[in-house]
Design a protein around this ligand. Structure first.
Ligand code: URA
Length: 449
């Protein structure tokens, strides 16, 4: 089999068969296919799409490119979550310890930043010493001993996704439904959770721009999970403005800790409570936590009591992280320069384009423009307003944290395009647009695992 023929077939809009997909994943993971050929195929997939059968085969090949974890010896039921990626999305850092505080084991594999969106693994690396590359045995040991583990893709768990993810980030091949679905679901299937809540974002700061495309992506992923015997739910959430205030790695860690201590921005807190309420519902398996409204109340109480802090600190310690940076956020990396960005006009904030804020954060160094770029964990942007707020010309809207004058200037230029104002009142944006519930799906004939 020749990689060139596979690229040409997809370029010409023809579906790939299971053998071709497995060949590509096996050989690329083994280092036998160069990045330029892999990138050409990714671009052909981005432009021409994949059938559902191709997406399922790609997901399975990627999941099986490493070990498939079975967590049944650690817990009768493990629950996991994953976001399709957004700007200021530090939900994982809050939701995981919060759910773990109910005594439910959490074992999650997360990703790095992609395009203008941040990634949990990059955020966690703001913390000195925190190890994200765990072997399967370390992943299992930490899950067993602390009840919570959070790792990046490793050589043993979904390694194909780790490689393809980094290549997609720098080749314009992130916003592709089959590539996103296979990337997320390969990690989820390999990490072994029984219940999976997906947070599928839509809007200008998400890879899916419309409700329709986000619902489609959610349905594809939920069906793959159901076919693989997992309990699934996908929330469709709004990403037209950044989530919370902080955008940038260490800034987001600090905001997550604040939220876990009962504070934090109201939109972020409500978002996390909703995702966690669905995780509790799946983990309760129809016997406990069946009522979402009650779950939300319980979760709000746990947040106010700071109950998620203990699981977070335990995991930090187990993965080698400096817990003093969690206990005292002033010890996290901090940028040298802080510049206020003020309102140009008086009126209502009509839009805060999350993608533009994300690109500005990337220009500061919070993300990668090429595969080998190193991230500056200290830099980022705090967005102090939400769509619908009234502002007066000269009011502080954002604070930009930078370590380099040139990058600061580039970010400010991008941010000048990130806001729109209106003389008329503007409605607030919703947090969620709906749920795709795995309970409404039946196993499809193309049963996969
Ligand atoms: N999150 C992932 O893990 N993969 C994607 O492709 C997008 C978001």
């Amino acid at each position: 089999m020749q990689m060139l023929n596979i690229i040409e077939k997809k370029r010409d809009g023809l579906p790939l068969d299971a053998d071709e997909i497995r060949f590509f994943i096996r050989e690329y993971t083994a280092g036998a296919i160069p990045d330029y050929q892999a990138a050409a195929l990714l671009m052909a997939i981005t432009l021409n799409g994949m059938t559902r059968a191709e997406t399922v085969q790609l997901t399975l090949a990627m999941a099986q490119s490493g070990d498939m974890l079975d967590l049944s010896d650690i817990s009768e039921y493990a629950v996991d979550k994953h976001s399709s990626g957004g700007v200021g999305d530090k939900t994982t850092l809050i939701v995981l310890p919060l759910v773990a505080s109910f005594g439910l084991p959490i074992a999650k594999m997360s990703g790095r930043g992609l395009g203008f969106g941040g990634g949990t693994v990059d955020k966690l690396e703001s913390i000195r010493g925190f190890a994200v590359n765990l072997s399967e045995s370390e992943f299992r040991r930490i899950a067993r001993e602390t009840g919570m583990v959070l790792a990046g893709q490793s050589k043993s768990l979904a390694p194909a996704d780790g490689l393809l993810y980094a290549l997609r980030d720098v080749t314009g091949t992130v916003p592709s439904q089959p590539l996103i679905a296979s990337s997320i679901m390969s990690k989820k299937l390999a990490a072994g959770a029984n219940g999976i809540v997906l947070d599928v974002k839509l809007g200008c700061g998400a890879f899916m721009k419309t409700l329709e495309s986000a619902r489609d992506l959610a349905r594809v992923m939920v069906q793959i999970g159901v076919d693989a015997g997992r309990d699934m739910a996908a929330l469709l959430s709004d990403m037209n403005q950044p989530l919370g205030v902080a955008v940038g790695n260490a800034l987001e860690v600090a905001e997550a800790v604040e939220t876990l201590q009962g504070g934090g921005p109201a939109d972020l807190r409500a978002h996390c409570i909703e995702v966690a309420a669905h995780m509790l519902r799946l983990a309760g398996r129809g016997r406990r936590y069946v009522d979402l409204a009650e779950n939300r109340e319980l979760l709000a109480q746990q947040l106010d009591a700071g109950a998620g802090m203990q699981p977070l600190l335990r995991m930090m310690a187990a993965q080698g992280g400096d817990v003093t940076q969690i206990q005292d956020a002033s010890r996290l990396p901090r940028a040298k320069l802080q510049e206020e960005f003020t309102a140009r006009e008086t009126g209502a904030v009509a839009a805060i384009y999350a993608d533009k804020v994300g690109w500005a954060a990337l220009a500061l160094g919070a993300g990668r423009a090429t595969k080998t770029d190193t991230i500056d964990h200290a830099v980022g942007i705090e967005v102090h307003v939400n769509v619908g707020d009234q502002v007066a010309a000269g009011d502080r809207l954002m604070t930009v944290h930078a370590n380099d004058e040139g990058k600061l200037a580039a970010a400010l230029t991008l941010l000048a395009e990130a806001l729109a104002y209106s003389a008329e009142p503007v409605a607030r944006l919703p947090l969620f647009h709906g749920v795709v519930d795995g309970a409404d799906f039946t196993t499809s004939p193309a049963t996969i695992v």
